[in-house]
Ligand binder design. Structure first.
Ligand code: CDP
Ligand code: MG
Length: 736
């Protein structure tokens, strides 16, 4: 059965939000059912054909038109066993012939921009060269990465190259996970973590070199770091700054760093044949899977790399591929399916680097983490559906959303380039050539232009940077986004009316959390419930959802979840999370308990870990530990941080936010979604936009608390109870 085709593929780009585990799980079930049905339909109508023949029936037509040119000269190197990384493997990297020149350039200049094709060895080799040249005698080498997975996997790789234990001389640091010790001299870290270190050590005295890696990604924290190290390089005579980037528009970085010299590492890229689809594909996950099988059946040896937008799509593709390769028998070699995305446990992430055994073929299903941050050897075929997940922010409404959008041409070129690292390759683009030239933008816009800036503004303020409007950003964030975050911080009490950091603001900046959450934690002492708020914050900080709901046991799962909510009288999701954690704790952190209660063990363990760290941090910001069972007090503490995330019930059953009012709905995943009597006032953790505005993690509050907790923010009229408003119109006017 041929796929339906949309005529205007990119204009109809699917809008998606991040899914909860449960939704993902349900999607799997659906996709499983669908592929099983497809398989059986085919079997019925086309009986006699082998699975292999069926596979080829299903293939997609591509047209080959372009070639991504290459200058490859080296012969294919054989993959060595992962644990023994030999010296000659390091020496075969494109960066190696430039080792001496690079070290000379670094010695001569304070700031150096290093540009080189992905995979040339910038991330893994530069810190080692500097270490070997003695820079670590004066201090650590810090190397920042926009992605957690990259920080972890690169640190692991380098520790093996240096034959040391991960976490000793070579380590990594990401939020809520520090894998370093006093011995650590090469430290890979997320850009956000170095930003935090700036707060404790504004001159970064313990570092001799800072490498801002993957600068081309232009993540929010990388952009801010560049501004800070630019300043630092002027002050500190003895520090070296290296800005490393994969794309070739390094000119912008060079100009920004007062015309810093650019060191180009010539790439060794082999030509890549580019193929486009004749017509747009309606379902790119399915089309990608078909293409994988098509390659597997018809193309010579070589691994496949598929770019998808997130965990949900990757897991769906894994299911589809597993299902469809089952009937193929021994006619084709084994297809080893390896997913990679940021929340995958690290043992499983490591699997993608294992060499492919002879006769088999590896297919790596990755997010755009594999575009530049992580390099996988042996890839000869790339499948690029042309989409990625991107954050958007509407400062007026204060709404952040994560949407699936078309990638830029720069990304498309990067993706294709991954096919030609070790030999000539092929890239299958699941979009038309016309789309490529007419519907994609040139470059991906920097994150700073499309995100909520509150936390970053708080960090900058606590570094003593007061004039943000004139701050030296590489790209200036929109003024309304800046103003919005200043307003938010003022409302939270982190800034005073002159825009200066308050004592409270200083304490909030110490915590690696969003400002409203930090505020809650600090305020919780006043309401006698810091232990409970800590738990709630930890539970909210876990990426994955806590509860799961298998289709065949939906009723039991729902009743288990409902039981948590009843513990505190069904007032909402925050307290349901608290009850869930407390019961798990009472069970002795039992895994069995998790199974029985339809709770994800892995999420709970992560929450426990985060809670332990919050516990230590609260000591540092001197919050007194106290505990209370009074859910009113707990909710008041929540209001202290989230008072501007409040909405009031309307006659039609929807809710309306208070300032810049918009109409919102309670998300179906909330325990209040189905409640018999909808609460009049609610507080929500987040507001997301998909088909409509939805609020997630919702708790009932009393509007009078708003005036008690945030009298500076709300006027009495804004939060007076609806009951009073039921006066006839005339009487109301009369009252005024
Ligand atoms: O930073 P850049 O893209 O220039 O290259 P790199 O990340 O330093 O990677 C250099 C080489 O190290 C790659 O070609 C991979 O063969 C290898 N590598 C690896 O095997 N495992 C990792 N986690 C990272 C790199
Ligand atoms: Mg790199």
């Amino acid at each position: 059965k041929k796929l339906e085709v949309l005529t205007q593929r990119f204009k109809e780009a699917p809008k998606k939000e991040l899914k909860t585990d449960q939704e993902e799980w349900e999607e799997h079930q659906i996709s499983l059912a669908l592929s099983a049905r497809n398989a059986s339909e085919k079997g019925d109508s086309l009986s006699g054909k082998t699975a292999y023949e069926l596979l080829l029936d299903d293939s997609i037509d591509f047209i080959s038109e372009d070639i991504l040119s290459g200058q490859g000269t080296v012969e294919m190197k054989s993959s060595l066993s992962k644990d023994i990384i030999q010296k000659n493997e390091r020496e075969s990297l494109p960066i190696f012939p430039f080792r001496e020149e690079l070290l000379q350039a670094i010695a001569a200049y304070k700031v150096l921009v290093v540009v080189g094709e992905t995979g040339s060895g910038k991330t893994t080799q530069l810190p080692q060269y500097l270490h070997e040249a003695g820079y670590t005698k004066r201090g650590k080498i810090g190397c920042t990465q926009p992605r957690r997975v990259a920080a972890m996997s690169v640190a692991d790789r380098v520790s093996k190259e240096m034959k040391v234990k991960l976490g000793s001389e070579v380590g990594y640091s990401i939020r809520f996970e520090d894998c370093t010790c006093e011995k650590t001299v090469i430290k890979y870290m997320t850009d956000g973590m170095l930003l935090r270190e700036f707060l404790n050590e504004p001159d970064l005295a313990s570092y001799s070199v800072i490498i801002i890696d993957e600068a081309h990604e232009r993540s929010l924290h990388t952009d801010i770091l560049m501004a800070l190290v630019k300043d630092l390089a002027r002050e500190r005579e003895d520090i070296k700054v290296i800005v490393s980037s994969a794309t070739l528009n390094a000119e912008k970085f060079s100009v920004y760093f007062d015309d810093a010299p650019v060191f180009n590492i010539p790439g060794r890229r082999f030509p890549v044949d580019l193929y486009y689809t004749k017509a747009p594909e309606a379902d790119y996950v399915d089309a990608a899977c078909i293409t994988v099988l098509q390659i597997h059946a018809t193309q010579p040896a070589g691994d496949i790399l598929v770019f998808l937008t997130g965990q949900d799509e990757i897991e769906a593709a894994v299911e589809i591929l597993n299902e469809r390769t089952r009937g193929l028998g021994s006619r084709l070699g084994e297809l080893i399916i390896c997913p990679i995305y940021s929340t995958l446990p690290s043992e499983q992430q490591a699997k993608i680097f294992d060499p492919t055994p002879p006769g088999a073929r590896k297919v790596v299903l990755a997010t755009n983490i594999a575009e530049t941050s992580v390099t996988i050897d042996g890839v000869v075929y790339v499948i690029d559906p042309g989409f990625c997940k991107q954050k958007r922010y509407d400062p007026r409404a204060g709404i952040e959303s994560l949407l699936v959008v078309p990638i830029s041409r720069a990304s498309a070129i990067q993706r294709a380039g991954r096919a030609g690292r070790t030999q000539p390759g092929k890239c299958f683009r699941l979009y038309t050539k016309w789309s490529y030239y007419n519907e994609m933008s040139d470059e991906t816009s920097p994150e700073i232009l499309r995100t909520n800036l509150s936390q970053v503004v708080l960090s900058l303020k606590s570094l003593g940077i007061d004039d943000l409007i004139h701050f030296d950003f590489l790209d200036k964030p929109p003024t309304d986004a800046l103003i919005r975050s200043l307003e938010q911080l003022y409302a939270l009490g982190a800034l005073n009316d002159r825009g200066e950091l308050t004592k409270l603001g200083r304490r909030m900046a110490e915590l690696p959390l969003d400002p409203p959450m930090s505020k809650c934690l600090i305020a919780s002492e006043k309401y006698g419930c810091s232990e409970e708020i800590m738990t709630i914050c930890a539970m909210l900080s876990v990426n994955n959802s806590i509860f799961y709901r298998p289709k065949d046991k939906a009723v039991m799962a729902d009743s288990a979840k409902a039981a948590f909510h009843r513990v505190f009288g069904g007032v909402g999701d925050h307290l349901g999370l608290l009850a869930c954690y407390c019961q798990w704790m009472d069970s002795g952190y039992s895994t069995q308990w998790c199974y029985e209660n339809f709770v994800q063990v892995r999420s709970m363990k992560k929450a426990r870990d985060i809670r332990d760290q919050l516990d230590a941090m609260l000591e540092r910001v001197e919050v007194v530990k106290c505990s209370s069972n009074d859910h009113q007090q707990i909710r008041k503490a929540l209001v202290a941080g989230f008072f501007y995330h409040v909405a009031c019930l309307q006659k039609n059953g929807s809710y309306r936010t208070i300032k810049n009012p918009i109409s919102v709905h309670i998300h179906p995943s909330s325990s209040l979604f189905k409640s018999e009597k909808l609460p009049r006032w609610i507080l929500y953790h987040e507001l997301v936009f998909t088909s409509d505005y939805f609020v997630r993690q919702v708790t009932e509050i009393d509007s009078s608390w708003l005036l008690q907790v945030a009298p500076h923010y709300y006027r009495e009229k804004e939060v007076e109870d609806n009951k009073k408003k039921k006066l006839p119109l005339k009487a109301q006017q009369h009252q005024k």
